[in-house]
Ligand binder design. Structure first.
Ligand SMILES: [Zn+2]
Length: 231
């Protein structure tokens, strides 16, 4: 590399914090967004709060790998999963999942292009959202994913502690692919339906570490708001 090239490379590296590894240090942003992700102000506030506590404990930055997923983005993610031969079993609300899978299969059977299949899946998701039904909290801008690969036991514990300190969130450690899925719980609000209207903390600590989302089968409630939405 020429001297000029070297200088340019160094300047670029310094100017692009997103490219920096989340190494030790207490300066700069407390977290890093990975890839082309979307975040809402509510998500940024939540991530900031958790990442600051996490950094105090570990001197490291959190890596956020997913955030707000409007319908087309959610459809594309589900398309990729199905195309790869994966299952959508993690989405446990079959009433919402099945029509999306049906749209995918119909498009594939008709040999539609990827974009057209995703558009058909998006249409189903958009109609569900319009009815106030969300297959994933990412669709509502109320979930974000954090990279778990490469975190030490101590760092994982620090993340759990940071979440507990900040409060109002629930974490699920997912295995395929490995990541922490963190949901922002709704604040309790007065309601004639009583406790069922409020997110319960049942998933928080117990399900956190290394426990697949399926493990709480049968112990949930019928309240869709209370049920965790993995992925
Ligand atoms: Zn997630």
């Amino acid at each position: 590399m020429t001297l000029v090239g070297l200088v340019v490379a160094v300047v670029m590296a310094a100017d692009v914090p997103a490219m920096a590894r989340p190494g030790p240090g207490l300066r700069g942003p407390a977290w890093i967004a990975r890839g082309n992700i979307e975040l809402t102000p509510e998500l940024r506030t939540a991530i900031d709060a958790v990442a600051r506590v996490y950094r105090e404990k570990t001197k490291r930055r959190l890596e956020v790998t997913s955030g707000y997923r409007p319908a087309p983005r959610q459809a594309a993610a589900m398309y990729a999963k199905l195309k790869a031969g994966g299952s959508l079993a993690i989405y446990r609300n079959r009433r919402l999942v099945d029509p999306i899978i049906a749209a995918y299969r119909e498009g594939r059977r008709k040999k539609w292009k990827r974009e057209k299949v995703i558009a058909a899946m998006t249409e189903v998701l958009t109609a569900q959202v319009a009815r106030g039904e969300h297959i994933s909290r990412h669709l509502e801008g109320r979930a974000f994913d954090v990279r778990s690969v490469g975190l030490s036991k101590g760092q994982r514990a620090a993340l759990m502690a940071a979440l507990a300190e900040v409060g109002g969130m629930r974490v699920i450690h997912e295995s395929k692919p490995p990541h922490y899925h963190i949901e922002i719980l709704r604040r309790a609000r007065p309601s004639s339906e009583g406790a069922g209207d409020e997110d319960k903390g049942e998933g928080d600590a117990g399900r956190g570490e290394g426990t697949p989302p399926d493990s709480d089968k049968g112990r949930g409630t019928d309240d869709p708001e209370d049920a965790p939405t993995p992925d």
